[in-house]
Design a protein around this ligand. Structure first.
Ligand code: DC
Length: 219
């Protein structure tokens, strides 16, 4: 049987990976996998300071977790233990918790296996930090999106304002920079482009431009 089609999108927080993953998945009529959501949901499941528990205790707790996908394109739904993962994971606080658990080898090993299991069952656009480098090194197409901290913070700020949520641009810059620092410098699966990834600096590009660049480079 031919391996599934896997397209990977990696990059730092707030660069627009999810938006592009949904658009590409819709275009290719396949599912998208938001692996940041898996780290966020796992962090929330373990609770505040869960990352400080002994590795054996975390490993034991992880045995109770199962991820599944339904639907495709922008309608793809990621489930944890048969329940759709909702907006409760979408805060900067949970983002930082996710970055904290993401440092731990016990968590990365478990989620890598869950992600590869999903990749064995579905064609996917998989987005995260280590999709092209570690989880799907054989992927058909690999992308790495980047943009300055200032640009990413402003995009996030505009999103929050649109959702009528209070936002502080300087605080967002600090939060994004702190998460970048931790994600890029961890010893296991640090954020970096795969050697064969198409790197797109999106700082001065519109959403439509980024999507077009990606479409044009699909194999
Ligand atoms: O993409 P996101 O902001 O939802 O990700 C939240 C955190 O999860 C991110 O700061 C680091 C971690 N993460 C990771 O280490 N590896 C991935 N493939 C996806 C996310």
């Amino acid at each position: 049987m031919a391996p599934n089609r896997i397209v990977t999108i990696d990059g730092p927080a707030g660069v627009g990976k999810s938006t592009m993953a949904k658009l590409l998945a819709a275009k290719l009529d396949i599912a998208y996998l938001d692996t940041g959501a898996m780290f966020r949901a796992t962090a929330l499941f373990l609770g505040e300071n869960g990352w400080k528990l002994p590795a054996e205790e975390i490993e034991q707790k992880l045995k109770g977790l199962r991820f599944a996908l339904s639907g495709s394109g922008s309608e793809t739904v990621l489930h944890m233990n048969d329940r759709p993962i909702g907006d409760e994971i979408r805060t900067e606080k949970v983002g930082m918790w996710a970055s904290n658990v993401a440092v731990l080898p016990v968590i990365r090993t478990f989620l890598k296996q869950s992600q590869q299991d999903l990749g064995a069952r579905f064609d996917l656009v998989a987005e995260g930090r280590d999709m092209g480098t570690v989880v799907f090194p054989e992927a058909t197409d690999k992308f790495f999106l980047d943009a300055t901290v200032a640009v990413r913070a402003k995009r996030r700020y505009d999103q929050l304002v649109e959702m009528n949520s209070p936002a502080d641009l300087e605080e967002l810059k600090e939060q994004i920079a702190a998460r970048d620092e931790q994600d890029r410098n961890r010893p296991v699966a640090p954020l970096r482009p795969a050697e064969d990834a198409v790197v797109v600096d999106t700082s001065d590009l519109s959403r439509e431009d980024v999507f077009q660049v990606m479409l044009d480079s699909l194999k």
